[in-house]
Design a protein around this ligand. Structure first.
Ligand code: NDP
Ligand code: OXD
Length: 309
């Protein structure tokens, strides 16, 4: 039997070496060199070509090289019944929390303004509210959102979270469902998107949602570019309803050089680095998952394919 590794961009060697170190003696193959299709038992992938997995009749599991699985579930030709497993790694959790904390404090304290002031050699202090007066809203209270929300609350921010199903998280005002979205947005002076991307959450950050944020709000998107209507965000920034945005993820990645997002004076672009997958720990997690599936055990991080995350 074999394990097929597929990655769209970036060097594959570190991954192949990592999988070989974790699973010595296994036949590990780098796509497109899949070998005998009947022998492919597991696939490890990031943004595969649609239909790829149909040709492997004995596939027992598809592992995402990332926390999100939207890049797998969007394939209309995914073989039915094969578990799709998201990457759950404490390294990702803590990296994401650091990114959200860093960006939130950056905007809360007005550090972005000091870059401009320095260019003008102006010694000026930017006012900012007390931490407890700053409302931070986290859209998505899953693995990453919950951790970001509780960390922001522990730093003294007034934190709210929004999810599909109701939650109770100490120190976080929890909102759920479409009816409670406006009340959640109305108190989010800094909005962080950490939703999964599904048909229900695609384009959720549109002009209607942005206009429900308080005047002068900040927006941080570390989830997926598909959550945001880019033209609506640009219009909200241009009208100064939204003060500034940090976009880490984009509908098209890498972000094309001609995208207006690169050049907007109040958009801070980062290239999908909020939480970077660590090949060493990820290969260990993939190997552990494959051993479980081979032993006939269910995988705790298999996603619900109907729900979409
Ligand atoms: P989870 O699947 O653990 O959590 C998803 C959250 O979204 C849940 O709270 C879920 O609600 C909520 N949600 C889903 N659908 C809806 C809906 N219709 N209405 C309201 N809430 C909804 O995801 P993770 O925490 O692991 O990941 C969050 C995001 O971060 C993903 O988009 C992922 O791809 C992205 N990511 C980005 C990285 C980067 O470097 N930029 C790195 C890693 C991940 P409920 O709790 O009720 O189910
Ligand atoms: C992701 C990841 O899902 O990088 O975006 O893990």
């Amino acid at each position: 039997m074999s394990i097929l590794f597929h990655i769209r961009i970036g060097p594959a060697d570190v991954w192949i070496d990592g999988l070989r170190a974790e699973m010595p003696g296994e036949d590990i193959r780098l796509w497109p060199d899949a070998g005998d299709p009947e022998a492919v038992e597991f696939a490890v992938t990031w943004r595969h070509p649609a239909g790829l997995f149909r040709q492997f009749p004995n596939l027992k599991g598809i592992f995402s090289i990332g926390a999100g699985v939207d890049h797998i579930l969007c394939d209309p030709d995914l073989p039915p019944g094969v578990p799709v497993i998201r990457l759950v790694d404490p390294v990702l959790d803590s990296d994401m929390t650091l990114h959200v904390v860093h960006r939130t404090i950056h905007y809360h304290r007005g550090y972005h303004r000091y870059l401009e002031l320095q260019q003008a050699a102006r010694w000026e202090k930017v006012p900012f509210p007390e931490t407890g007066e700053r409302g931070v809203g986290i859209m998505g209270l899953g693995r990453l959102g919950r951790r970001a929300a509780t960390t922001m609350a522990s730093l003294g921010f007034t934190v709210a979270g929004w999810s599909r199903t109701a939650k109770a998280i100490p120190g976080v005002a929890c909102f759920a469902g479409d009816e409670q979205l406006p009340a959640f947005l109305a108190r989010s002076q800094i909005l962080v998107c950490l939703l999964s991307l599904t048909p229900e959450t695609t384009n959720i950050v549109d002009s209607k949602a942005l206009m429900q944020l308080p005047q002068g709000a900040f927006f941080i998107n570390t989830a997926r570019g598909g959550h945001v209507v880019e033209a609506d965000l640009i219009a909200a920034l241009d009208s100064r309803h939204i003060e500034r945005a940090n976009l880490d993820v984009f509908a098209t990645e890498p972000l094309p050089p001609e995208s207006p997002l690169w050049r907007h004076p109040r958009i801070d672009v980062t290239p999908h680095v909020a939480a970077r997958v660590n090949p060493r720990s990820a290969c260990r997690i993939f190997a552990d998952g494959m051993h479980r599936l081979r032993a006939g055990q269910p995988h705790p991080d298999a996603v619900d394919r109907v729900r979409g995350y």
